[in-house]
Write a protein that binds this ligand. Structure first.
Ligand code: FCB
Length: 453
């Protein structure tokens, strides 16, 4: 069951979800700080003000990551912690935190993979129009340069945007996430286009300024499809469904990745949006389409698809009583076979699974331990499928569990626990779950301990 020798075994988290310290040391506000204050938006009225308090406990956390044997930790930087107004004056204490975090990780043998943007947009820039403002990509480039200048002597792995699909859809279309807007398609398309420009300019800034040879990717999400059977027709139907747009929707695999990697918007989507399409200036698509080193895929689940009688594709409804996580997400391990397979065929880039994991009903049992066999089963089944696709010739460089430690799960607040480490939000205590010990063995054996069963 061994994985490639240099396979990167990691875990991920994001700034707003894990740090807390929301008002400490000169940090500026983010749209999430504001959104959580609106009644009824977050389960239980929770906020990320304190969360797992990683901002104050990062040393202990880096030690725990080292004890698990993580090769890499995917963190994100809070833009307003570093630049309280989004641009301009740098908050020395804010950037100092990431400086020290990077050192603490390296001291524990854990390589930092830095995501530039995981949704906590500076509130001051939001007041200036946020992603709707054409200058937003320059703001993002300025911010990126601050990080590159400070961290690139030790950081080589960079991820520009996390799931633009979600911050556009949930943040700007349905309003379930910060900043809670419900924009028209025309405006949504402008915001999405500006975020793509931000991605492209960030890649340029990293390539131009990094002191260590950079390895750069983005981490989009989308609906992963799984063919109902191994027949040619079902595989074609599933592939077609994964990369087509048949309704106006931003949860698309192609809307963001095609511009980034192929230099054009998908024709079917552009046709659907028609006159709502944004103005695309000369050179925009070239700016957006920068050479990337890997495709970061966030994959949690897949939809089963089969060919229908007139050559199209149809989604197969899950069986009654199918296995679901506490997020109500179906457990479909083959998503980690077909997702990488289809993405690799289309974009030709090495794949890194930048997020995969499950929310579970975790608590500290009477023996003082957190027994989470569902999670070890979930991860091992997914890893077996990942191994299968690697054996089938797809280049996969790494795998990051979402998430290292229980944290603020956006609109679900603290209700959903995704961590390898249990966080007690009252005391701040951390307890390694059984899955963390299990993952330690997986890493130490380079995947051998998962077995084939
Ligand atoms: C992804 C997000 C991540 C986390 C997981 C469960 O969409 O990138 O922050 O919320 O889902």
């Amino acid at each position: 069951m061994s994985f490639p020798n240099d396979f990167v075994w990691g875990a991920a988290a994001s700034s707003y979800q894990i740090e807390g310290g929301a008002f400490d040391d000169g940090k500026g506000l983010s749209v999430w700080d504001m959104f959580c204050r609106q009644p009824g938006k977050i389960w239980g009225g929770n906020t990320g003000d304190v969360s797992s308090d990683h901002y104050h406990r990062y040393k202990e956390d880096a030690r725990l990551m080292g004890a698990i044997g993580l090769k890499a930790y995917r963190l994100s930087v809070s833009w307003p912690r570093v630049l309280p107004e989004g641009v301009g004056t740098i908050n020395k204490k804010g950037i100092g935190f990431y400086d020290r975090l990077v050192d603490a990780l390296l001291e524990n043998g854990v390589e930092p993979w830095v995501t530039l943007f995981h949704w906590d947009y500076p509130y001051e820039l939001y007041r200036r129009g946020g992603w709707l403002n054409r200058d937003s990509s320059d703001w993002f480039a300025e911010y990126t340069k601050v990080l590159v200048d400070k961290l690139s002597d030790r950081v080589s792995h960079w991820i520009t945007l996390n799931e633009p699909q979600v911050f556009i859809d949930a943040g700007h279309q349905t309003g379930r996430h910060a900043p809670g807007l419900q924009l028209s398609y025309a405006d949504l398309l402008v915001a999405a286009h500006n975020s793509l420009l931000a991605h492209g300019k960030a890649v340029q800034v990293i390539r131009a300024g990094a002191r260590t040879k950079p390895v750069i990717g983005a981490a989009p999400v989308g609906i992963t499809t799984i063919p109902a059977t191994g027949s040619e027709q079902d595989i074609r139907a599933a592939r077609g469904r994964m990369f087509s747009m048949h309704e106006k929707n931003f949860m698309s695999n192609t809307w963001f990745a095609d511009p980034m990697l192929l230099g054009r918007y998908p024709v079917d989507g552009a046709k659907l949006f028609g006159s709502e399409m944004p103005a695309i200036s000369d050179g925009d698509m070239k700016t957006i389409c920068q050479k990337l080193d890997f495709y970061g895929a966030n994959i949690y689940q897949g939809k089963i698809v089969r060919a229908d009688s007139d050559g199209g594709a149809e989604v197969v409804k899950g069986a009654d009583g199918e296995a679901l996580t506490t997020m109500d997400w179906p457990i479909t391990p083959e998503a980690l076979y077909w997702g990488p397979r289809f993405l690799y065929d289309r974009y030709g880039l090495p794949i890194v699974i930048t997020e995969n994991g499950m929310a579970n009903m975790d608590w500290i049992h009477a023996d003082g331990k957190v027994h989470d066999p569902q999670r070890t089963d979930y991860i091992s089944r997914h890893l077996r499928q990942l191994k299968r696709v690697i054996d089938g010739g797809v280049t996969v460089r790494g795998y990051f569990v979402w998430t290292i430690m229980d944290n603020f799960e956006w609109a679900h607040g603290y209700k959903q626990r995704f961590g390898l480490i249990y966080a007690d939000y009252t005391t701040g205590d951390r307890t390694l779950k059984d899955s963390a010990y299990w993952y330690k063995d997986v890493i130490a054996s380079n995947g051998d301990s998962i077995g084939d069963a």
